[in-house]
Design a protein around this ligand. Structure first.
Ligand SMILES: Cc1ncc(COP(=O)(O)O)c(C=O)c1O
Ligand SMILES: [Zn+2]
Length: 416
């Protein structure tokens, strides 16, 4: 572990105490810019070479020398160390999925929750809290349980499905309030009055999730680089909402360059459903515009109306690109991925595919460029989207000749 004695503002560099992890930068806020903080290290880089990386523990904490807490203090369920799967049959050139659906609660948010709850326990927090109807809440609930800490999750009236079930199954204290904004009203007061430890975004204008959690996303970059023998891909694509993963992945690749383990920064590609970061990339400035969605998105996990400065900064620093993806393209790729490659992803996780398709077609991504795309969560997180678009299963009489006739009629499948 490197001694993480402080936090700094991602925009102006102002220094904060670790205890200030619950708010963004006040100096930037005074200028009308919502800026998150990030973990700062006073100690120099460890004298470590890639070949000297420890073999264990079997989790992202294997990279603890580059993180903010020692491995033996980690609140862990074995998160990270997920595979890179090549995707040769999608017609999108050299492409790999970093399959984060293999994580303990079946999404990449486990890295954020493990990193945040580890620090919460070290800092003596008594209550973990978050505002979520989805993967962040499921992950936070699991890691709080693992730490033996109560977890309060604020969610909304219309929340439901697998991820809410997960939160309850992990013993979280779930509360429904009328609107998304109401969740934040409650949490702002609870954090201020009772010192609850927030893992997610919980006030506006939005800065993103806990910087102590985002630090965990650096390990995505470390794992990609190590799997590719420290020759990083030309592009790294991410479905983006609050840009936590964009920032964490950028910071991880930046670490590796600073250590001299890699030579380049991959260009980041953000796939968005609101168009907020995409707008800010085109228009400049440090405040991504609010872009309310015209209709509910099939990629509900990334459907917030406003992106963050941290996502924007990661894109700019990596010469990245943001693409606003229409809903029908997400559904088209969602339907295609399973049969083509045997991978069932949450709809939000395939938002990168139409973005890659577009940038390959217009030449922004060169034919030989390698792309690693973050498959953020399992398809089982949101079965109803798939169910809406899949046909009913045909019935057949329980005889082989009838079964073969139905296979031919329904699927066009001929055994001969
Ligand atoms: C499945 C999935 N993909 C992508 C994201 C985007 O996360 P980020 O806030 O890191 O941009 C989320 C989170 O909200 C998610 O649940
Ligand atoms: Zn600042």
């Amino acid at each position: 572990m490197r001694e993480s004695t402080h936090l700094t503002c991602i925009r102006c560099g102002k220094r904060f105490a670790l205890a200030d992890h619950v708010r963004g930068c006040d100096a930037c806020a005074a200028q009308g810019v919502a800026a998150n903080l990030t973990v700062g290290y006073d100690a120099p880089w460890p004298a470590l070479r890639p070949e000297g990386l420890p073999r264990g523990p079997h989790s992202m904490w294997r990279y603890a020398d580059l993180l903010h807490a020692p491995a033996d203090a980690a609140v862990s369920l074995g998160e990270g160390l997920t595979p890179l799967l090549d995707m040769p049959r999608l017609g999108l050139g050299p492409l790999w999925f970093k399959d984060e659906s293999r994580n303990p609660t079946w999404s990449f948010k486990d890295r954020l929750a493990s990193a945040a709850v580890t620090m919460a326990r070290r800092m003596g927090a008594r209550v973990i809290a978050c505002s979520s109807s989805g993967n962040a809440g499921a992950a936070t609930a699991a890691y709080a349980a693992r730490a033996g800490l109560p977890c309060v999750v604020l969610t909304t009236e219309n929340a439901g499905g697998a991820m809410v079930t997960q939160m309850q199954a992990y013993g979280a204290l779930l509360l429904k309030v009328p609107t998304s904004a109401d969740r934040w009203t409650v949490l702002v007061e609870a954090v201020a009055r009772h010192g609850w430890f927030p893992t997610t975004a919980y006030f506006g204008p939005v800065i993103g999730s806990s910087p102590l959690g985002i630090e965990g996303y650096k390990t995505i970059a470390y794992e990609i680089a190590e799997a590719m023998d420290w020759d990083v891909p030309e592009w790294c694509a991410v479905p983006a909402c609050y840009g936590d993963s964009l920032y964490g992945i950028w910071k991880g690749f930046d670490d590796l360059r600073a250590l001299g383990w890699t030579r380049r920064m991959p260009r980041l590609l953000a796939a968005e459903v609101s168009g907020s970061i995409t707008g800010a990339m085109a228009e400049g400035g440090d405040v991504p515009p609010v872009r309310p969605l015209a209709a509910p998105s099939s990629a509900a996990s990334i459907a917030a109306a406003q992106g963050t400065l941290q996502g924007l900064m990661a894109l700019r620093a990596s010469r990245g690109v943001s693409v606003h993806v229409p809903d029908e393209d997400i559904l088209r790729w969602h339907a295609r991925l399973g049969p083509a490659e045997g991978v069932y992803a949450e709809p939000a996780s395939v938002a990168t595919l139409p973005a890659i398709e577009r940038l390959r077609a217009d030449g922004t991504i060169a034919p030989h460029d390698r792309v690693v795309s973050l498959l953020t969560a399992s398809g089982l997180k949101d079965n109803p989207v798939a169910e809406r678009h899949l046909p009913p299963v045909p019935r057949t009489a329980p005889r082989l000749d009838a079964a073969l006739a139905t296979l031919k009629e329904h699927y066009g499948f001929d055994v001969a």
